[in-house]
Design a protein around this ligand. Sequence first.
Ligand code: GH3
Ligand code: MG
Ligand code: MG
Length: 389
Amino acid sequence: MDYRTLFFSNIASMTVFTVCIILLAWYNRNLAGMGWFAASTAAVLSKLVLQGLEGKIPVISGMIANELYLVAIVMQMLGLYWFVVRKPLRNRWFWGSLALVLVVYSIMFFFRIGYGGNVMNIPFVLVCGASAWILIKHGRGPFAAVSRVTAAIVAAEMLVAGYRAVLTNMLYVRPWETVNAQTDPRWTYSLACMFFLSTFMVMCELWFLVTELQRELAEQARTDALTGALNRRALEEAALREASRSIRHGNVLCMIVLDVDEFKLINDTRGHGAGDAVLRALVAQAKSILRLQDLIARTGGEEFTILLPDTTVSAGVEAAERLRQAIEKLEVPYETLPIKFTVSLGVAQFNAAQGDWEVMMRRADLAMYEAKELGRNKVAAQRTEIASV
Ligand code: GH3
Ligand code: MG
Ligand code: MG
C-alpha cells in the first residue's frame, strides 16, 4: 500500500462525507450537534487538502493541517456532547487549555523546537479518551446503543493515535520533516487504520441523527403540541407503570386534576389566542413548581392531570395549594393587557383496593368539581368512596 493512493482515496471519501454531513446539518439546523459534526468533517477535509498541498505553501500548511486535526476532534467531541448531554460545554479550563496548546505548538513549529508533535498528539489522544468517557457516562435511553458503538470507535482512535504519537517521537521529532515517515509501513498502516475509523465515525454521526429524529417523533407522539404537556396516551402509560409499582412495592401515589376557572370567559373576552397563551403559561408554571418525577398531562381542553409518584394525599394537597397560589399570582403577557386567571384542583391518592388508576383519576376529578362548588380557585381532596358516588 502506498501513501499517495491511500491519501487520495481518503480525501475522495472525506469530500463525499463532508458534503453529506453539511447538507444534513443545514436541513437540521435546530440540532447544534450536527453543526459541530459538519464543522468537524470540514476541518478534517481542509486538513487533508493542506497536507496534500505540502510544500506548495511551505511550513504553514503542515502546521495548520496538524492544528486542524486537533480542532476537528474537539468539534467532534462537542457534537457528541450535545447529543448526549444537551448543553453547550462551558468549561473555561478546557477552552483555555485548547488555546494554549495551539499557541505552544505554533511557537514550537516556527522556532523548530523538537518533539513539537507531542503538543498536538497527546491532546488528540486525551480528547478521544474524553469523548469515549462522555459517551459511556451520558449515553442513555435511545442514545445508549449508538453511544456505546461510538465510544468503542473513539477508544480505538485513541489507541491508534497513541501508537502514532509514539512513532512520531521515534521517526521524526522535527515537525517540518514529514517525508521519511511516508515510507515506513507502520506509519502508513496506522494511518490507514485512522482513515478506516474516521469513516466508521461518520456512519456513527449519521446514526446519531437518525436516533435524534426517532426520539423527536416518539416525543411528538407523547406530547400535546400547544402546551408541551404529555397527552392522555403518555399519561396512561405512566399511570399504569406507577400504579403497578405502588402495588408491588407499596409506594404511595397521588393525582391532581386541575381545571382552569371560567376559561370560556377568557376565550370570549380576549380571544382564542389569549386562551392558548393561558394554557401555555399554566403548563410552564406547573413544570417549574413540580418535582422532576411528577408528570403533567393535558387531559381535556383546559383540564390537566398531574401524576405525583411517592406522594401522599396530604403532600399532594400541599403541592396543589402551591400551584394554586402561584397561578393566582401569574400575569400572562398578552397584547397590551396581561391576563390573570385561577384554577380549581382536586386531589386523590391511589388505593388498589378501590380499583385501578382510572378510579383514582375519577376521584380526583370529583374533588375538582367540589373545589368548583366551593367557589373556584380552591383545592379539594376527594374523600367520598367511589361506590357511593
Ligand atoms: P369552569 O370554571 O366551570 O371550568 O368554566 P369554564 O369556562 O372553564 O369551562 P367550560 O367547560 O364551559 O369551557 C371550556 C372552554 O375551553 C370551552 C372551549 O372552547 C375552550 N377550549 C378547549 N380547548 C381549547 C384550546 O385548546 N384553546 C382555547 N383557547 N380554548 C379551548
Ligand atoms: Mg374550566
Ligand atoms: Mg373543563
